[in-house]
Ligand binder design. Structure first.
Ligand code: EPZ
Length: 428
């Protein structure tokens, strides 16, 4: 486990290019097995979760090679329908192979993905939908943690999602693309990563309409063709670095950002006092003063304010000039950073029955030894260290590498004073 040592006090300035999107790459890597051929995926981020997804491709018998940020997949050699339990334990997004393997092979064996620090992360919506598509589901192993699904034919059907689940929408689409008949998804997730999966599949010959809306219709086709596809850049990485510039009262330009996917994040950062201009796919953000508080900030499904930006805003609001309230509407336990920010002097109270955090801004945080609970809260603690007085050590920072190619490299490019260090470093 590595740590990150952050020395506070620098205002972030300069220019930084934004990496490819993790949450677009993961479902599309799973989708490559639906085409018994070649997929070229450009602008693919070289991050831990992508490496895990590619390892599973290879465990299934596919071939994958890298050329810089270009990932080439040949899934013609796929020879297994079992996703190793170890791989699922490491990364819950491997559950996206459920729909993809059913779509390609009409069979899959995969372990129940565990919960994680932000919540139980159930997959009942996924399983209920697939059952309605003529898929038989059996459970094996101790405590029924191994799922074996099979069907002689995936049948299109009408699926009503209780919540607009990103993963469930993606798995239903992956299973429906090569099915018989039409699948209509009601209350589908509208996240850009769902839209991007649909764009990739349509380019491969799938028949999908309604992408980006809460009603998506998939008409099954016989087969898909080879695709050369360029991933969009990562809206949460862009939002994270915008938050870092805001928190350090900096002035910087993010190059190649997915501007049109950032409306709610830009709106909230303007509320805390940032000046933000967008020129094409570049975003200039500056903040000349201590952040302003926000009376009430709720996380919501897209196009609302993203839950993956909640920790980063909590860091900004912990030094705002007044009192703010955040309500986390998506996950049941995504306030772990409160305990870490308190070590840095933040004044935050939490009502876990309503998933509400009330933040009374302090003038400045103080450096401390803190711990990253997940990749987004880890990134938010790095931002806290950049604004704090003194030195902050973010322990168990390796979780950040799951979604950020190199957060130290990126923030150093903007003038941040931070570096990776060994886990047992002592704060001087
Ligand atoms: C995706 O997770 C993202 N991951 C998450 O990003 C993101 O936070 C989340 O969507 C919400 O936007 C990827 O895209 C790889 P959901 P996912 O299914 O698909 C409940 C990051 O930091 N639910 O939309 O797992 C669930 O408990 C990660 O990059 C069920 O109850 O999220 C949650 O409360 C973290 N039953 C809500 O729906 C189900 O079967 C939304 O979850 C499925 C979900």
């Amino acid at each position: 486990m590595s740590s990150i040592e952050v020395i506070g006090g620098e205002q972030l300035k300069g220019e930084l290019k934004i990496q490819g999107s993790k949450n677009a790459a993961l479902p599309i890597i799973a989708a490559t097995i639906l085409n018994k051929g070649i997929t070229v995926l450009r602008n693919c981020p070289k991050i831990r979760d992508v490496f895990y997804m590619v390892k599973i491709l290879e465990e299934l018998g596919c071939r994958a090679t890298w050329d810089g940020n270009v990932l080439l997949v040949d899934s013609s050699t796929l020879n297994s329908t079992t996703v190793p339990e170890e791989s699922v334990r490491k990364m819950r997004s491997s559950i996206l192979y459920l729909g993809a393997l059913l779509g390609r092979c009409h069979e899959v064996t995969i372990a129940y993905p565990g919960g994680c620090s932000i919540g139980k992360r159930p997959i009942d919506y996924h399983l209920n939908a697939l059952k309605k598509m003529n898929v038989v589901e059996e459970f094996h192993g101790k405590e029924d943690t191994i799922i074996h699904c099979h069907t002689n034919c995936i049948m299109g059907n009408d699926i009503f999602l209780e919540k607009p689940s990103v993963g469930a929408t993606q798995n239903i689409i992956l299973a429906a693309v090569l099915s018989q008949g039409v699948t209509r998804i009601f209350n589908a997730a509208r996240e850009p990563e769902v839209t991007e999966l649909c764009t990739y599949l349509i380019k491969a010959g799938a028949k999908i309409c309604g992408k980006g809306t809460s009603f998506i219709e998939v008409e099954g086709v016989k087969e898909l063709n080879d695709v050369d596809f360029t991933l969009s850049s990562d809206r949460i990485v862009a939002g994270t670095y915008m938050a870092a510039v805001a928190a350090t009262t900096g002035d910087a330009v993010l190059l190649g950002a997915p501007v049109h996917q950032l409306d709610s994040t830009i709106r909230v950062l303007r509320k805390v006092g940032c000046n933000i201009d967008t020129i094409g796919n570049n975003i200039r953000i500056s903040c000349r003063r201590r952040p302003l508080p926000i009376e009430l900030l709720r996380t919501q499904p897209y196009p609302g304010f993203p839950t993956d930006m909640q920790s980063q805003l909590m860091t900004i609001l912990s030094i705002a000039d007044g009192k703010s309230t955040i309500i986390e509407e998506i996950f049941e336990s995504r306030f772990q950073n409160v305990y870490e920010l308190r070590k840095m002097g933040a004044m935050i109270s939490v009502d876990s029955t309503t998933n509400k955090a009330v933040i009374s801004g302090v003038k400045q945080l103080k450096g401390a030894v803190v711990k990253a609970h997940d990749l987004r809260s880890g990134a938010a603690l790095v931002i806290a260290g950049l604004t704090a007085e003194g030195v902050t050590i973010v322990r168990e920072a390796s979780s950040i590498e799951r979604g950020y190619e190199d957060i130290c490299r990126d923030l150093e490019t903007l003038g941040g004073n931070l570096r990776y260090c060994s886990e047992n470093v002592l704060v001087s």
